[in-house]
Design a protein around this ligand. Structure first.
Ligand code: NAD
Length: 466
């Protein structure tokens, strides 16, 4: 099939590349010329395991190309995926300006029948707005679009489908190639039926073992994505709140996690206490769903609490540091392991490390940070965070060795659970720190083992009273 991805970020690039890997002819479009130039010169703008090799292979095979030319990209695809960002507006609702700009581009250039697939995470009802934006452009071109039935020849007609994406950054290629489920919302019309059949064929290679596709109406598909992210974020905030209480009552949240996760109705996934969730999706999607609830007089109290708990949790580790050293951290120097919001990605959007670094530096501390992948992206994000007080940026240095980052630090602060942090040589850690002191925001280690090693250890919700 001929496929176009409009928006070549985490979702668009992974989706396009994976469809090319299955033999489709794919064009990836972006407005960001630097991104497209980089891709055309063999570079990859994001870090995602396995992606670089896949892009190189499919580009070399002539199945995958990159462009900034909207007319060319719209002409190429029988299926046009919208995969642009939907950042939060000032009031928390999803900002649809990029999605609707793409819809207008499609309406401006399309010929014949197009299946327009919304992969961006969008509020319920967005497919209707996309259809309206396309129709308005078609009318401006003198066509009267008939969504009820695809027309013959080159007369433009279309169907708008919702196909939310569930990939996880850090495992995006694997998730896309082996999805748990494929959710597809199609309109109940003749054009919708044609789109449904095309989507079935497009996704058939993912369904060989068993059918993973859930066809539904468009609004339910749009809602499903927000519901999934909200449920996952709720589990995290729930565990974080219990972790904070566990510390007060002398219980260990890690034991509790095992005790409840073994119940199949609960399960072990997404039950980790830590420094809160971040990333480009959970925070904004929860805000957006809260806003949708407000607009429909259906307040989502649980989700409001999920957000509130998360904002507080990002500073739990800093609170522990302040309790240990006092309110002023002037003259204190910390090693910080992990900048990305989670392992295996360079994504720094809403990363807890940003809140932690800000709080420490504003109290006078200096930091040497190490991250296996995200350092360059982190530098740009922190420059934005400190735009009002750029002199504070000098307090942050970076190391390309996790051990060197420890040199002469008053403590090690762990923020992201990269695999390579799980079993460090603790004698080396102790030797390099000026004090054997560890603040572990991801509960990577056991308090008893740390005590035996002579390391003063602070985890999240652990029973050693810290
Ligand atoms: P991203 O910011 O990485 O990429 C979006 C891209 O769209 C950018 O490269 C941008 O330049 C481009 N763009 C913006 N306007 C454009 C236009 N008019 N024409 C062409 N390109 C345009 O975003 P992302 O992380 O890939 O997320 C995209 C959508 O997918 C969002 O709605 C997000 O919520 C959703 N989503 C993201 C993830 C994830 O893990 N990142 C997972 C599932 C769903």
């Amino acid at each position: 099939m001929n496929i176009t991805l409009i928006g070549s970020g985490y979702v668009g690039l992974v989706t396009g590349t994976c469809f090319a890997e299955l033999g489709n002819q794919v064009v990836c479009l972006d407005v960001d010329k630097r991104k497209i130039d980089l891709l055309n010169s063999g570079g990859v703008p994001i870090y995602e395991p396995g992606l670089q090799e896949l892009i190189a292979r499919n580009a070399a095979a002539g199945r995958l190309r990159f462009t900034t030319d909207v007319q060319d990209a719209v002409a190429h695809g029988d299926v046009l995926f919208i995969a642009v960002g939907t950042p939060p507006d000032e009031d928390g609702s999803a900002d649809l300006k990029h999605v609707l700009a793409v819809a207008r581009d499609i309406g401006r250039w399309m010929q014949g029948f197009k299946i327009v697939v919304n992969k961006s995470t969008v509020p319920v009802g967005t497919a209707d707005k996309v259809a309206q934006a396309i129709s308005a452009e078609l009318e401006a071109r003198g066509h009267s679009p008939n969504q009820a039935g695809p027309q013959d020849g080159n007369i433009p007609s279309f169907a708008v489908v919702s196909n939310p994406e569930f990939l996880k950054e850090g495992a995006a290629v694997e998730d896309f190639m082996r999805p748990d489920r494929i959710v597809i919302g199609v309109p109940g019309s003749e054009a919708g039926n044609r789109a449904r059949e095309a989507m079935r064929v497009l996704y058939a290679p993912f369904n060989r073992n068993h059918d993973r596709t859930y066809f539904m109406d468009v609004r339910s598909a749009e809602f499903t994505k927000y519901a999934a992210n909200s449920m996952l974020a709720s589990r995290i905030s729930f565990m974080n709140e219990l972790a904070n209480l566990a510390e007060q009552v002398g219980a260990d949240i890690e034991m509790v996690r095992h005790g409840i996760g073994s119940d199949p109705r609960i399960g072990f996934n997404f039950l980790y206490a830590g420094v809160g969730f971040g990333g480009s999706c959970f925070p904004k999607d929860i805000q957006a769903l809260i806003k949708i609830g407000q607009e429909h007089n259906s307040r989502l109290r649980i989700l409001e609490a999920v957000n509130e708990v998360n904002d507080r949790q990002k500073l739990v580790l800093t609170d522990k540091i302040i309790r240990r050293f006092g309110d002023s951290l002037k003259g204190r120097h910390f090693a910080l392991w992990g900048l990305a919001f989670k392992p295996n990605t360079d994504d720094m959007r809403e990363a807890p490390s940003r809140a932690i670094i800000k709080a420490l530096v504003e109290r006078g501390a200096t930091i040497c940070a190490y991250d296996p992948i995200a350092t360059e992206v982190a530098k740009q994000c922190l420059a934005q965070d400190f735009a009002a007080a750029p002199e504070l940026l000098k307090a942050i240095t970076y190391s390309d060795s996790h051990f060197e980052a420890l040199n002469s630090a008053d403590a090690l602060v762990i923020v992201t659970d990269w695999k390579s942090f799980k079993s460090p040589d603790f004698s080396e850690v102790k030797a390099r720190l000026s004090e054997p002191l560890l603040f572990d925001g991801r509960n990577l280690y056991e308090p008893e083992a740390m005590a035996e090693l002579g390391i003063e250890y602070y985890g999240i919700g652990r029973s050693n009273g810290h």
